[in-house]
Design a protein around this ligand. Structure first.
Ligand code: EPZ
Length: 423
């Protein structure tokens, strides 16, 4: 296995281009199961997770190929495999693959999908996914770690999808994809409003689905008989963009992030401006420079448009070197603090109190050997390594490769001293 080594303390300067959104492309690739016709998805990042989803499509009877950022999906002739069984081996490596349930059920009237495992950030339940599918008339049973759903004909229904932690991104996507071929109208209340849900709906509409209200808490779907193939270019990855915005600040540098959507970044921009960062926005880019000592900020993660949980760890790396006390509260995944212990190994002063992390900013972090535990925690450790004095080595970087395309090359392009070594 490789590890990433960073010789920190370099001010990052220059331009960087954001890749397509991981959390948008995964459900969009699942949506290609809703038609037999060819689909083309562009601006697809080359990641562990996108390659996994391509493999899952192949296991479900599609010929799918990711080549230079483009995925072409056509139905394969060989029907050896039952086309509605998503097997444990693949689903357990990536939780997002559970979102093949809705399209398989909608298209074939049955689906057998392995329950996704939990992960270090939480137990990751799927009760809201199943509540929505049941509301559309599916009979659900579980056996040996699989969900089996069956419905002769799904029927439109009104379903409230709010859970104890608020709305659910992938449950909204799953239910929307099941509803597009159901008979009649479906109303999803307390739907997730994330840009990735909007992007999925835009792709489904190009396939012929009738959807309104996507991007708001109430989504209406009018079922249609069938969907056609479509072409779509995925939105830029707002979490990658946010990660580079923080990279500019932790290194006291000056970075222009290109090919992003500033209006997707409202909560993060608000917090960084409150901290004293200088952010200059344009139509599809943002220039972030460190002008003066930043101030500590308090933040709670919330469903969109609130502060994204996927940016919590990255903000923590910035607050760990911002003098003063910041309180970071995690309301989506209360256990999403695996990065705290690793940051403290680098000299940070962070105390965890339940869903709160109390960060007392220090002057400087010092490089150290650290271990990645999940995708965004590994991004946090990269940022901390860029800011620290001396060398940081980050092991288990396969976590990072799940969600950041060519991150070393992009950081090197900004002046970072970063390279891989064998573990
Ligand atoms: C998506 O996961 C993202 N992943 C996550 O990004 C992101 O952190 C999360 O949304 C929240 O924004 C993808 O889109 C592939 P949720 P998802 O259902 O949809 C609870 C990353 O780093 N919940 O919105 O699985 C759940 O436990 C990843 O890129 C239920 O209670 O998350 C959590 O507390 C990590 N029941 C909250 O809702 C359910 O049936 C929000 O989860 C489903 C979820």
């Amino acid at each position: 296995m490789d590890k990433l080594v960073i010789d920190g303390g370099v001010r990052l300067k220059g331009d960087v281009r954001v890749s397509g959104s991981k959390n948008s492309v995964l459900p969009i690739l699942a949506a290609t199961l809703l038609t037999d016709e060819p689909c083309v998805v562009r601006n697809v990042p080359g990641l562990r997770d996108t390659n996994t989803m391509v493999k899952i499509l192949r296991s479900l009877g599609k010929n799918a190929e990711l080549n230079k950022g483009v995925v072409s999906v056509v139905s394969s002739k060989n029907n050896s495999l039952p086309r509605w069984v998503a097997d444990y081996k693949l689903v357990s490596t990536m939780r997002a693959s559970f979102c093949v349930l809705g399209p398989l059920l909608g298209r074939f009237g049955e689906a057998r999908v392995s329950l996704p495992g939990g992960c270090v950030i939480g137990i990751r339940p799927v009760d809201l996914h199943l509540k929505g599918i049941k509301a559309l008339g599916a009979a659900i049973s579980m056996d040996s770690g699989y969900v089996y759903a069956k419905a002769k004909q799904l029927k439109g229904s009104h379903v409230y999808l709010g859970g104890v932690y608020g709305s659910s991104v992938l449950a909204t996507g799953n239910v929307m994809m099941a509803a597009v071929l159901a008979k009649g109208k479906t109303v999803i209340e307390s739907a997730a409003c994330e840009p990735e849900v909007e992007d999925l709906a835009d792709f489904l509409i190009k396939m012929g689905a009738k959807i309104r209200g996507h991007g708001t808490p109430v989504i209406e779907v009018e079922g249609v008989k069938r969907l056609r193939g479509a072409e779509h270019s995925v939105i830029p990855d707002r979490i990658e963009a946010g990660t580079f915005m923080i990279a500019a600040l932790v290194t006291r540098g000056d970075i222009t992030i290109k090919n992003m959507v500033p209006r997707h970044m409202g909560a993060l921009v608000d917090k960084l401006e409150e901290a004293g960062a200088s952010l200059v926005k344009s139509a599809d880019s943002m220039r972030v420079c460190y002008k003066k000592q930043l101030k500590p900020v308090n933040v709670s993660t919330l469903p969109y448009p609130g502060f994204p949980t996927d940016m919590q760890a990255q903000l923590m790396s910035l607050m760990s070197i911002t003098p003063g006390i910041s309180i970071i509260t995690e309301k989506i995944y209360p256990d999403r603090f695996m990065h705290v212990a690793e940051l403290n190994r680098m000299g940070a002063l962070i105390q965890r109190e339940g869903p709160h992390a109390i960060v007392s900013g220090v002057k400087k972090l010092s490089g150290a050997p650290v271990m990645a535990s999940d995708l965004r925690a590994s991004a946090c450790l990269v940022l901390a390594g860029l800011a620290a004095s001396g060398k940081t080595s980050i092991s288990r970087i396969y976590h990072l490769e799940r969600g950041y395309e060519n991150i070393e090359r992009k950081l090197e392009g900004l002046g970072a001293k970063i390279w891989r070594e064998k573990e």
